[in-house]
Design a protein. Structure first.
Length: 351
């Protein structure tokens, strides 16, 4: 029996509602396939924890997490209790940085039973590689003075190491897919970091002569995600651009409630972290209508990452059978509660 130790952080809002239900699904899959067991250890680190302790996680929280194989996270943020930049930098971004989860991989794919909101209904299936360790998400900067003399400086940080690493990750993925990489740039307006980004993209591309390349300015690329999503194979983007593009990706898939993500540690020293793209959705907390598919698809990414592709495919089939059947939460135009979606997925897994 292979026993896997997984740290679980439900976090805030709908994360606390969805995550426990999806653990039941993972356990059912493990029971059915045999030979594998997931040992889940839950950590109630959240905005409520912050109110009680003055920090989003304990001082030794990162060391604790580092002893696990993977981290499975729900959602972070409750702006009514804690400013978003404090909750994100105190938990989510802290884990990404300290566990060296340098790539954020986000699939954008049409799924069965979820009609596209786009006029162009061609199916699409691509991956966004978001650089996850630096870029526009930086703590370099500061502020001086107050009132009309106030000055705020927020620096973006682009290193050759991290930029090249994200590009190579994207090209390696493309080699296993349809051999096309699109780079998200803005080198016409951002005069230092983005021409550098383009230069590294062109250099790395030379090592992959079989892969077709293109660079699009982020504004045009955002429009192309909507106008011709079937065009893309792998898209590589900086931290902020990747974050924004994948919300558009989630929207064209049908709802941000179904979009998955993986924060990947590449050096094998620390765990990777699996979290859906969506946040804590305070507006629907307690209504029982949160969509569990983003979290479950994220669980599939974790299973694939751990080498359990068979379990991951089994889970994804059950998800798509459920959406095809029309058992969908309101964000997808259905009337099902989260519990009904989970129940149907469980039923289909067990068949
Ligand atoms: N599911 C994780 C979560 O709550 N994400 C909310 C968020 O705002 N994330 C920002 C980011 O991914 O950079």
């Amino acid at each position: 029996m292979n026993v896997h130790e997984i740290a679980v952080i439900p976090g805030d809002g709908i994360g606390k509602e969805i995550v426990p239900e999806t653990l039941k699904v993972l356990n059912r899959l493990a029971d059915l396939h045999g030979g594998v067991k997931f040992q889940f250890t839950e950590f109630q680190w959240s905005c409520e924890y912050y109110l009680e302790h003055g920090e989003m996680m304990p001082k030794d929280g990162i060391d604790t997490l580092k002893s696990f194989e993977q981290i499975y996270l729900g959602a972070v943020g409750n702006p009514q209790l804690v400013p978003d930049h404090i909750s994100l930098w105190g938990l989510l971004i802290k884990i990404r940085r300290e566990c060296e989860q340098v790539i954020n991989l986000r699939p954008v794919k049409s799924i069965k039973g979820v009609p596209s909101k786009l006029a162009n209904e061609k199916p699409f299936d691509f991956l966004v590689v978001r650089e996850n360790s630096e870029g526009e998400y930086s703590e370099v900067g500061g502020s001086v003075h107050h009132g009309e003399d106030e000055i705020v400086i927020q620096n973006a940080v682009f290193t050759r190491k991290a930029t090249e690493r994200a590009m190579r990750f994207a090209f390696d993925l493309a080699m296993k897919r349809n051999r096309k990489v699109t780079s998200a740039t803005k080198s016409n307006g951002i005069v230092y970091s983005m021409p550098f980004w383009d230069k590294v993209f062109n250099e790395v591309g030379k090592d992959y002569p079989e892969v077709a390349t293109e660079s699009n300015h982020i504004d045009a690329l955002a429009a192309f995600f909507i106008m011709k999503p079937e065009h893309f194979d792998v898209v590589v983007a900086s931290n902020l651009f990747g974050d924004i593009l994948t919300d558009i990706g989630a929207a064209i898939m049908g709802s941000i409630g179904i979009a998955p993500a993986a924060n990947i540690n590449l050096n094998g020293k620390y765990p990777s972290m699996f979290e859906p793209v969506h946040g804590s959705a305070p507006d629907i907390v307690g209504k029982g209508i949160a969509n569990p598919i983003g979290q479950l698809w994220t669980a599939k990414m974790m299973l694939d990452h751990m080498g359990y592709d068979e379990l991951g495919d089994h889970l994804m089939r059950a998800i798509e059978e459920t959406t095809e059947l029309g058992v969908k939460t309101p964000d997808l135009g259905g009337s099902a509660k989260m519990s009904e979606v989970i129940e149907e997925i469980m039923k289909r897994i067990s068949r």
